[in-house]
Design a protein around this ligand. Structure first.
Ligand SMILES: [Cu+2]
Length: 296
């Protein structure tokens, strides 16, 4: 083999390794922008009035469970090493059973831990779910596979009707601008009324650190105050059918003036539950229709 050939094969091997590394890196990042932020859930503490509190709960819980984990593993390792079988050992080691103090100890400590975690969790959950007087109310209606936004602001009723999403099948980008966009004014209290027109969906804005199911026939609520202007990704987080992965939206947190300007461009009125899919009604209509045909 000439030296040139060798260089060539080494070059192609190098290219293969590079391709492998590249693919691995892509897989690891999951091709998603959120993952690149590191191991903290969100670097912006003040995206909404809730993000700081949720982030503290998350990070402090991890610190606590890491300490508990290290302590537990340490004790296990110590037992394994200190009480290992020695060379001259014969028979069973001393058997310990019904040691009441130890049993009370290892029942009480986990119980206290669980109660402490529960109480911190409960405090955060309560403050997330306490209704607030909202200047902006948005009736968000999820549907296969898009979003309708009905705004109610200063006596105005405006709506945006989302079209079913169709992303290019070749995976090329450039569709972000055409996605349904939920506009929210910065520093105003917002109530999101989450409804579904057909099947179970889930409203998720990763940057807000909040996610809530949208269930047909039931309204769930998110109360928040966006505190930072910007564009955020929104998505459906509940597998809801063929084009679930394309059920995306933008959230634009803008100044009040810009919010008003956006509202002015929308349609007057409200498209509520009258446009929900009503399976029972449809079925009974089909049955009636078939019945009539058979009677003829
Ligand atoms: Cu969905």
């Amino acid at each position: 083999m000439s030296s040139q050939d060798r260089t060539g094969s080494r070059g192609s091997a190098k290219a293969k390794v590079m391709a492998l590394v590249g693919t691995g890196a892509l897989l690891l990042t999951g091709c998603s922008a959120e993952v690149k932020r590191g191991w903290l859930p969100n670097e912006a503490r003040d995206t909404t009035n809730h993000t700081g509190m949720i982030q503290d709960l998350w990070v402090n819980s991890w610190i606590a469970v890491t300490i508990i984990g290290l302590l537990t593993w340490g004790l296990m390792l110590w037992c394994i090493i200190a009480y290992r079988r020695r060379k001259n050992d014969t028979g069973y080691p001393r058997q310990l059973s019904y040691n009441l103090p130890i049993e009370i100890f290892y029942t009480a400590i986990p119980l206290v831990l669980v109660l402490v975690f529960f109480s911190f969790n409960n405090t955060v959950e309560k403050s997330l779910n306490t209704p607030v007087d909202s200047e902006v109310v948005v009736d968000v209606r999820a549907k296969q596979w898009a979003w309708d936004f009905n705004y109610s602001y200063q006596g105005q009723e405006k709506y945006f009707a989302g079209e079913q999403a169709r992303l290019p099948v070749d995976g090329s980008g450039g569709v972000q601008e055409s996605l349904p966009t939920l506009y929210l004014p910065v520093n105003k209290t917002v109530t999101l009324e989450l409804n579904s027109r057909d099947v179970i969906h889930s409203f998720w804005v990763p940057a807000f650190l909040q996610k809530l199911d949208m269930i047909p026939g039931r309204t769930n609520y998110i109360y928040l105050t966006p505190q930072v202007e910007g564009t955020f990704d929104g998505k459906c987080a509940e597998l809801c059918g063929e084009y679930h992965s394309e059920m995306l939206f933008n959230v634009k947190v803008v100044s009040e003036a810009e919010f008003k300007a956006q509202l002015a461009q929308l349609n007057d009125g409200h498209i509520g539950e009258e446009y929900d899919r009503q399976p029972n009604k449809v079925n009974s209509q089909i049955i009636e229709h078939h019945g009539a045909e058979e009677g003829e």
